[in-house]
Design a protein around this ligand. Structure first.
Ligand code: KG4
Ligand code: ZN
Length: 331
């Protein structure tokens, strides 16, 4: 079975080829046009996908040494994401699959992030807990099987990726903010500033990051007013510490609550090395799986891979799916 995966939910134009669970090729075109605006401009994201998607697909086919006629299916992200961006991918996938007379599968982006863990770790066994941390989501899922998920907790407001992106903007760092803060924090003292950690003392598994961003803004205003000399790397490291500590702490509570000791990370923020270190330290008695960084941030491989799984069990109805910007993962 050979499946082409297409991902255009936000600002990465990505595609990949998966054959029998192995990724033969994968290309992610991170749209740099948004950097000058400090965030993703939806209209521009759609236009960039339109410009680059067909080239990306041609290149993954060439790199995998696969022709269009050898494809068994096209899998495409149908949501959640930006409507216009999603539509470029879905319409491209539908046209291609109809031309080739093969199936077109609509894939849930969140589910694809979770299942990216199986690409590198086929030995991963159910049930497991997944900390899903991206630009749009901060959730802890209990994954009992394919299609059997229960949400143990999530953010009340901003997603953790947003906290990184907005924090970086306040600090005058580049977009996307996660990698920028991680790099800026490298030589910093992470105990220099005590930023808040919402719900730290609560037994509930829930997150809130909007207060953290505000705390950073007030802190920066205060030091500007007092003309205090500060080191950017110290602020970045302290801000990052506040985020990773609360994520690991809540994951620890989820382990206690569920008695499940197999943990995976997913989503763009899962690429953060300081987060991985914290999780390793706090959950040293658990079995941990961390996907490679290229499979944490948005990519086509996770879509092709999950598409092939659904093709094998023949469970997603072809072509009848809708594009769904607010798609959630069903409990
Ligand atoms: O999963 P993803 O690529 O797209 C969404 O589905 O949202 O996640 C993007 C988010 C951005 O907010 C970005 O700043 C964050 O992931 N991110 C990181 C790192 N790499 C990407 N955050 C912290 N550390 C990183 N190394
Ligand atoms: Zn994503």
């Amino acid at each position: 079975m050979i499946v082409l995966g297409i991902e255009t939910s936000c600002d990465e134009t990505a595609s990949a080829i998966c054959r029998e669970g192995k990724i033969l090729s994968s290309i992610t075109w991170a749209q740099s046009i948004h950097e000058q605006f400090g965030g993703v401009v939806p209209e521009m994201a759609s236009r960039e996908h339109e410009k680059y998607l067909s080239t990306t697909v041609r290149h993954v086919l060439e790199q995998a040494d696969v022709t269009c006629n050898e494809l068994d299916a096209v899998a495409v992200t149908r949501g959640p994401g930006l409507m216009g961006a999603l539509l470029t991918g879905v319409n491209f996938a539908r046209g291609l699959s109809q031309g080739l007379g093969i199936r077109c599968l609509g894939i849930n982006h969140i589910e694809a992030h979770i299942f990216a863990n199986f690409i590198a770790c086929p030995e991963l066994e159910y049930p497991f807990l997944c900390l899903l941390v991206s630009g749009g989501h901060t959730q802890i899922w209990q994954v009992n099987d394919l299609g059997k998920y229960s949400l143990l907790g999530e953010t009340r407001d901003d997603a953790v990726g947003e906290a990184f992106d907005k924090g970086a903007r306040l600090l005058g760092l580049a977009f996307p903010g996660g990698p920028a803060i991680e790099t800026a924090a490298l030589k910093g003292d992470e105990h220099a500033v005590a930023f808040p950690q919402a719900f730290r003392k609560s037994n509930e598994i829930e997150f809130s990051f909007s207060g953290l961003k505000t705390a950073l803004r007030y802190y920066l205003e205060k030091i500007a007013k007092n003309k205090t000399k500060v080191v950017l790397s110290d602020i970045a490291a302290s801000y990052q510490r506040s985020i990773v500590e609360i994520l690991a702490k809540k994951l620890q509570q989820a382990v206690k609550k569920s008695s499940i000791k197999t943990i995976v990370l997913a989503g763009g923020v899962a690429a953060n090395k300081r987060l991985r270190m914290e999780v390793q330290e706090v959950l040293s008695d658990c079995t941990l799986f961390f996907p490679e960084s290229k499979y944490c941030t948005d990519n086509g491989a996770m879509v092709a891979f999950l598409g092939e799984i659904y093709m094998n069990i023949n469970s997603l109805s072809s072509d009848t799916f809708t594009t769904a910007p607010n798609l959630s993962l069903k409990n």
